[in-house]
Design a protein around this ligand. Structure first.
Ligand SMILES: Cc1cc2nc3c(=O)[nH]c(=O)nc-3n(C[C@H](O)[C@H](O)[C@H](O)COP(=O)(O)OP(=O)(O)OC[C@H]3O[C@@H](n4cnc5c(N)ncnc54)[C@H](O)[C@@H]3O)c2cc1C
Ligand SMILES: *[C@@H]1O[C@H](CO)[C@@H](O)[C@H](O)[C@H]1NC(C)=O
Ligand SMILES: *[C@@H]1O[C@H](CO)[C@@H](O)[C@H](O)[C@H]1NC(C)=O
Ligand SMILES: *[C@@H]1O[C@H](CO)[C@@H](O)[C@H](O)[C@H]1NC(C)=O
Ligand SMILES: *[C@@H]1O[C@H](CO)[C@@H](O)[C@H](O)[C@H]1NC(C)=O
Ligand SMILES: *[C@@H]1O[C@H](CO)[C@@H](O)[C@H](O)[C@H]1NC(C)=O
Ligand SMILES: *[C@@H]1O[C@H](CO)[C@@H](O)[C@H](O)[C@H]1NC(C)=O
Ligand SMILES: *[C@@H]1O[C@H](CO)[C@@H](O)[C@H](O)[C@H]1NC(C)=O
Ligand SMILES: *[C@@H]1O[C@H](CO)[C@@H](O)[C@H](O)[C@H]1NC(C)=O
Ligand SMILES: *[C@@H]1O[C@H](CO)[C@@H](O)[C@H](O)[C@H]1NC(C)=O
Ligand SMILES: *[C@@H]1O[C@H](CO)[C@@H](O)[C@H](O)[C@H]1NC(C)=O
Ligand SMILES: *[C@@H]1O[C@H](CO)[C@@H](O)[C@H](O)[C@H]1NC(C)=O
Ligand SMILES: *[C@@H]1O[C@H](CO)[C@@H](O)[C@H](O)[C@H]1NC(C)=O
Length: 651
């Protein structure tokens, strides 16, 4: 214990000895922050320092072995947050409060997540520019940035018939490795796909091609050379020798140091303490540009602690307002997901295959997931609604646009080697916020995604919109599977029973629904008057040199799982920053779609992946178990790694 305390202290003090002025200092070595640092530091003339509150888990097999996904939740690698009570959800002993796992380690939540790696459709990303006026942010630029972040491997030839893959829409030399899964459960090709086709659903080509609606396997961020998680932590490993990139673990940012807080508001750097909390000695790192990449829970917290936010929140806490920006922390949302108990089918057959991760994801429009009568009734409500209390008008406009353009609004996730499917409401209308309620930088912020709080009047009845849509879609989909061939020939039972009366089916969905763990928002990139915190350069309004780069800047919820787009935002941010310095350092540029940009590399899996423990038939994501008090300092090998990183810092 003494040794680990000493190492934590050592790690935290070396930055002071350095006393360098970096070009960029970044708060958070997470999904976005770590990749941003990797891309920015391609240019040896640019110096980058990253401060990460957590430790270094890059050799921990609970992180690196794909089948061990989920095992770092509720450990020292997890911030273990909870939302505030949620009146819109089933109380279940916690007043509806949901766990909010977030990675606290190099790689952030990309070290913890389920590695599903996709991006949004063309219509959805073009709306950033066409409807939200975010000049330069559209499908072309974001899908290019996505491809710059990726190296995609063609499926192994013995599996290739299962995967719809077009290399034109994938990268060939980016830092995040991506593959299709290495084995396929016979449920999917033999039963599910033909049933979906008989029920009128489609099995489209590669869904990174701009049109995402339909069913099929999505890529996973896994390195095929050794079958390990590929994430921003492994992207760092590949370049960790760079002398111009310094990463400090156990360094918890407590605020922005300001050079000027008068008319020209300019940051001087970041201040931080050792996360081990053995001392509260504040240390400083100096930078020309300051980038906050602490994720959608803590980026707003760092801004508010630094005086950027709503004076009505800051004043009572004794924090002096530096920038009056009432939008900070607003627009947080979490798509509700039926994750506590998915839909399941009892079958009288045995499937083959499936000892590795299974990942068959269906993305559907509202029209494909509602009966014609329900679709019309819901469309009437949307068409007659121009303003909803608690929802920005721009958000409502986007939602309507996506609804009528038949973009994905519901996902059905088959993620287990069993006949379970988890319905998931991709874009909730309900939105909430995240704010500090203490000036103590070590206190957790108050997280309120405000689940299921927007009511609609459908066919004359007032309903809770997000749950109504989810439950209608779930019952429609379950019914179509249970009654179409060939699934109907093997199904012996359904749970919930597919033909329950509507109010009973709704109640079953309500009781099973909570977090999707896909929170985004809080610091949206939007025009200021529409709720924006950052502009199209990702610079915080009212400041000269403070930026936010992470999933908190999404202007509205993506229909894709958020990781892929988070990487794309990081790469695009790096390019914008490099351009604003005169374009230096662009070492890699993908072609736009149309040209075949991908390598012909094919996944070749190791026969003996390192200490693999397959988890066949694992149930839904680990539910929050109450959690031990946060571990304050990485111990053992993690701390040793922290020390080695700190020593590298001296070089
Ligand atoms: C269990 C789970 C499964 C998921 N599965 C998928 C999936 O399969 N596919 C997908 O696309 N998405 C998935 N997601 C969502 C996705 O992982 C996240 O949306 C994304 O990783 C968030 O990236 P970020 O950069 O915004 O934040 P993060 O990756 O969380 O990065 C924030 C970083 O900042 C650090 N930090 C925070 N505060 C401070 C501070 N004060 N000082 C210093 N450092 C600080 C954190 O420790 C962390 O390293 C999943 C999420 C969870 C929780
Ligand atoms: C360290 O940097 C700060 C801020 O730039 C400066 O005031 C101080 O003099 C420096 N200290 C040393 C020892 O160089
Ligand atoms: C990895 O996860 C397993 C299962 O949750 C746990 O028993 C084990 O202690 C973890 N290993 C480490 C090094 O944390
Ligand atoms: C986008 O710009 C147009 C034209 O200036 C304006 O009418 C519209 O309100 C803007 N939309 C948003 C969301 O700011
Ligand atoms: C897996 O292999 C890649 C490429 O060879 C390497 O960069 C990476 O460090 C390896 N990861 C682990 C956890 O061994
Ligand atoms: C604001 O301060 C920065 C940094 O000191 C300086 O580069 C910039 O020119 C100033 N801008 C204005 C408008 O004074
Ligand atoms: C550090 O500050 C926290 C509160 O911010 C306090 O609980 C703790 O006791 C302090 N630790 C030391 C060593 O002063
Ligand atoms: C902060 O800005 C908001 C609007 O942006 C305004 O209503 C409010 O009065 C301002 N508060 C202060 C203290 O200036
Ligand atoms: C609309 O309400 C009427 C009367 O209550 C009912 O008969 C009809 O089924 C409802 N339609 C839909 C789509 O809910
Ligand atoms: C609602 O508006 C859309 C787009 O203008 C239109 O296509 C649709 O037919 C309308 N639906 C109803 C039920 O009014
Ligand atoms: C929404 O409608 C439901 C009835 O379906 C009602 O119980 C609830 O109080 C309403 N919620 C809000 C926020 O108005
Ligand atoms: C499987 O169950 C289905 C539906 O109950 C039934 O029609 C079929 O005969 C069963 N097959 C076997 C082999 O038990
Ligand atoms: C209720 O909470 C417990 C854990 O406290 C969890 O295991 C269970 O899945 C939850 N059930 C529902 C329906 O939310």
């Amino acid at each position: 214990m003494l040794a680990s305390v000493f190492l934590c202290a050592l790690a935290a003090t070396l930055a002071v000895a350095q006393n360098a002025t970096y070009d960029y200092v970044i708060a958070g070595a997470g999904t976005a922050g770590m990749l941003l640092a990797v891309v920015l530091s391609e240019n040896p003339d640019i110096t980058v320092c990253v401060l990460e509150a957590g430790g270094d888990g890059r050799t921990d097999t609970n992180i690196t072995v794909p089948e061990r996904r989920g095992t770092i939740q509720d450990t020292m690698y997890d911030w273990q947050f909870m939302t505030s009570p949620q009146p819109g959800l089933y109380p279940n002993g916690t007043e509806g409060a949901q766990p909010v796992p977030r990675g606290k380690v190099i790689g952030g939540t990309s070290a913890m997540n389920w590695m599903i790696h996709n991006t949004d459709s063309r219509v959805q990303l073009d709306i950033w520019e066409s409807v939200l006026n975010l000049t330069g942010w559209n499908w072309d630029t974001l899908s290019t940035a996505f491809r710059e972040s990726e190296t995609m491997y063609a499926p192994a030839t013995n599996e290739s018939q299962f995967f719809k893959y077009d290399p034109a829409y994938h990268g060939s030399s980016g830092p995040i490795q991506s593959i299709f899964q290495r084995s396929v459960l016979s449920l999917f090709p033999q039963y599910l796909e033909p049933t979906l086709l008989n029920a009128g659903y489609s099995i489209p080509p590669d869904r990174n091609d701009g049109y995402a609606v339909g069913a099929g396997f999505l890529p996973l961020a896994i390195d095929p050379h050794n079958y390990t998680r590929s994430y921003s932590g492994s992207a760092y490993t590949a370049v960790q020798g760079r002398p111009n990139l310094h990463v400090l673990t156990d360094a918890r940012v407590t605020g922005i140091d300001w050079a000027s807080t008068s008319s020209n508001i300019t940051a001087a750097g970041l201040r931080y303490v050792s996360d081990a909390a053995i001392s509260n000695i504040t240390q400083h790192v100096v930078g020309r540009e300051v980038i906050i990449s602490a994720g959608c829970i803590q980026s707003s917290q760092i801004l508010e602690l630094s005086g950027v936010g709503d004076p009505a929140i800051l004043n009572p806490l004794g924090i002096q307002t530096v920038v009056n920006l009432t939008n900070v922390g607003e627009g947080l949302r979490d798509p509700p997901m039926m994750n506590y108990l998915p839909i399941s089918f009892g079958v009288n057959t045995t499937f083959t295959g499936g000892e590795y991760i299974q990942n068959f994801i269906e993305l559907e429009s509202a029209r494909n997931m509602l009966s014609p009568a329900d679709y019309t009734a819901a469309s009437e409500w949307l068409n007659s609604t121009t303003h909803i209390e608690g929802v920005r008008d721009a958000q409502l406009a986007v939602f309507k646009e996506l609804w009528f353009a038949e973009q994905p609004l519901i996902e059905m996730a088959w993620q287990f080697a069993v006949q379970n499917v988890t319905p998931y409401n991709l874009i909730p209308l309900s939105q909430g916020n995240v704010h500090i309620n203490s000036s103590d930088p070590l206190a957790a912020p108050v997280i309120n995604p405000n689940y299921n709080r927007i009511n609609a009047t459908i066919n004359g009845t007032e309903v809770e919109w997000d749950m109504w849509f989810l439950a209608k879609a779930a019952q429609t989909y379950e019914t179509r599977l249970a009654t179409n061939s060939p699934m109907n020939s093997i199904i012996t039972s359904t749970d919930p029973q597919y033909d329950l009366p509507w109010d009973q089916y709704y109640e079953a969905v309500y009781q099973r629904t909570g977090t999707s763990e896909h929170l985004t928002g809080g610091n949206p990139m939007l025009p200021l008057e529409d709720g924006g915190v950052v502009d199209t350069q990702l610079k915080v309004y009212g400041t000269q040199n403070v930026y936010v780069v992470d999933g908190s800047i999404f202007p509205y919820q993506p229909s894709a799982h958020p990781m892929g787009l988070t990487y794309a935002v990081a790469v695009r941010a790096a390019r914008l920053m490099q351009q604003s310095r005169g374009g230096g350092g662009l070492t890699f540029t993908e072609q736009l779609p149309g040209s075949n940009s991908s390598a012909n590399a094919t996944a070749v899996f190791p026969t003996q992946p390192g200490s693999l423990t397959p988890s066949v038939g694992t149930p839904a994501p680990a539910a929050y178990t109450g959690g031990a008090p946060g571990v304050m300092c990485a111990s053992g090998s993690a701390t040793l790694a922290a020390m080695l990183l700190a020593l590298a810092f001296l070089a």
